[in-house]
Design a protein around this ligand. Sequence first.
Ligand SMILES: *[C@@H]1O[C@H](CO)[C@@H](O)[C@H](O)[C@H]1NC(C)=O
Ligand SMILES: *[C@@H]1O[C@H](CO)[C@@H](O)[C@H](O)[C@H]1NC(C)=O
Length: 285
Amino acid sequence: MASSGTLLFIFTALCVTAVKRFVKVECKAENVGQYGQHSLLECVVKKTTDIKDPKIRTVAWKKLTSPEDEGDLMLGFNRGKLDEPKRGYRFAEPLWDEKNMNVSLLITNTAVAHDGYYECIVITDSGDDSIVTTLKVQARYSVPTVHFIPEKIVPNSDSTLICESRGGYPKGTLCWFDEENHEWTKSSKMEVTQSDDGLFQLTSRLSLLGGFTFLKYTCAVFNASGGKENDKTFEMPAPSGETTERSGILYCKILWIYKIVVPLVVIGSLIVCVLLIYRWRSQGE
Ligand SMILES: *[C@@H]1O[C@H](CO)[C@@H](O)[C@H](O)[C@H]1NC(C)=O
Ligand SMILES: *[C@@H]1O[C@H](CO)[C@@H](O)[C@H](O)[C@H]1NC(C)=O
């Protein structure tokens, strides 16, 4: 449903398209907005020739679903007054008026839905111009939580580490590392879910078949451009006391065999040999 303001705007736009262009709208090609904060889509109107300062008649900020789309009017200024702006959209300049060439758009409380293409259309008494710019919304992933199943460790049996991180945008990835910083992500499977507010939740399961080899595993969350956002190191639960003791005793036994028994046997055999030779010699005399 087009509001009267939109119709009036389209009418004005049609009338003015024939006018020569002595102005152009310049925007930052890409604007980044943080989820939950203010986002700025920066655009200024510039003169292309040496004319007197132009006066703005119309500004229309539209949100497009694709760069070619007709779009919906979010913020409009036409013939001296604001066309009821959509909630959360306003001119970045608090006291904006038609003499102010800074027509930047401010989006308050940025949401995932704000991500995308915007068109800024400006009509002045010295011509008109329009340009499409983008807003990339980013939300930081939470510090991952890591837990282990089964809760009780059974030595040498299969287990799984589960890592979760939520509240991020755009889609990121979870990676696994051991305490020597070798990557284990290939042994894991990641699931991605998107909540109603558009934010992603990542869940990764690392299978540790036949028991684990390392005492610590780290789960790290990387954002869409590959930057590490957060990580969490998980210390494997200590195996039950009995096994540590047993393996400790076994280790001591092996050590004892190598350090004491082996040299004793070697020295003993040498002594026996020497004695035998000695006896054999004395018998032969
Ligand atoms: C336009 O106005 C906004 C809000 O006051 C400001 O942050 C921005 O730097 C201005 N841009 C230019 C090019 O003047
Ligand atoms: C990813 O993280 C890096 C480093 O923290 C940051 O500079 C970049 O803007 C982030 N990108 C996205 C898409 O979140």
